[in-house]
Design a protein around this ligand. Structure first.
Ligand SMILES: C[S@@+](CC[C@H](N)C(=O)[O-])C[C@H]1O[C@@H](n2cnc3c(N)ncnc32)[C@H](O)[C@@H]1O
Length: 260
């Protein structure tokens, strides 16, 4: 199951993810009556935008973090077209297959993409579509380098023994092959860059602590979390000359084959 998230902090800090989600959604052609799943809905900000695009449709919002599910359930309380469920996407189960699986900023948290895509094919109607964006090959490489350097420092080293970062930044070619193996046709997969600047090293450190380094934070005692995120932010600024994250997004669209 996915790790827990600080939903309140993510709600306040996730404007880059919301912006990318809105842009990705804006490029999708939708009839407006689809039954959809938002796979990894978080607190539901992008789910709400998806719902606006589906005036005659429904959304099943799924997330593996209980805190995220609670926040999304609160956001959509009284909205009969949205159901929020706590589920692991690699074991996703639905009562009825849907027309669309939509997902943003989530799949790179899942180690086994083949298992994920096999599962998503099962919850789609034949002819149903998958449209997803997540971190892709080369994503935040400066931050990854900086994080490894700080993890190796005397002060922090003992907290990470036997543990490695858990992100899965896949490439476009391997993603296309995995989707086809899962029974998807008409597959398109591509990468694009989203260089994202922050107002200060402190702002970057706050964002790293909640969004990028959440897994690392769970290894650290509370008193070491801020210093660790601060050290990674300082390292990024030293290397790049400014507080930024070199995001790379992996986009994918595909249709479940009729005979999958
Ligand atoms: C960065 S948030 C993205 C939330 C939202 N889609 C957005 O764009 O703001 C990633 C979300 O994926 C969820 N997640 C990660 N792995 C998951 C899994 N295996 N099953 C279900 N949810 C998962 C996390 O709990 C988290 O809420």
């Amino acid at each position: 199951m996915a790790r827990e998230w600080d939903a309140v902090a993510y709600e306040g800090l996730s404007s880059p993810q919301t912006r990318w989600g809105a842009e990705f959604l804006g490029r999708l052609e939708l009839a407006g009556d689809e039954d959809a799943i938002d796979a990894g809905c978080g607190t539901g900000k992008v789910t709400g935008l998806l719902l606006e695009r589906l005036p005659r449709g429904t959304v099943l919002a799924v997330d593996g973090s209980r805190a995220m599910v609670e926040a999304a359930a609160e956001r959509f309380a009284g909205e009969t077209r949205v159901r929020v469920e706590h589920q692991d996407l690699v074991e996703l189960e639905v009562e009825e297959p849907v027309d669309l699986v939509f997902s943003t900023a989530t799949f790179h948290w899942i180690g086994d993409h083949q298992r994920l895509f096999d599962r998503l094919a099962l919850v789609l109607k034949p002819g149903g579509r998958l449209a997803a964006q997540c971190g892709g090959e080369g994503n935040i490489s400066r931050a990854t380098r900086a994080t490894r350097e700080v993890m190796g420092r005397e002060r922090f080293r003992s907290f990470f023994v036997g543990w490695d970062d858990d992100k899965n930044y896949a490439g476009a070619g391997e993603t296309k092959a995995r989707l086809e193996a899962a029974g998807f046709g008409g597959v398109e997969a591509w990468l694009h860059e989203e260089l994202t600047g922050f107002g200060s090293a402190g702002e970057l450190a706050g964002f790293l602590e909640i969004v990028v380094l959440g897994g690392h934070m769970q290894r650290l005692p509370e008193g070491e979390r801020g210093p660790f995120a601060g050290a990674v932010a300082a390292e990024i600024v030293a290397a790049a000359g400014e507080p930024l994250l070199d995001y790379v997004r992996l986009n994918m669209t595909a249709t479940r084959s009729e005979d999958a």
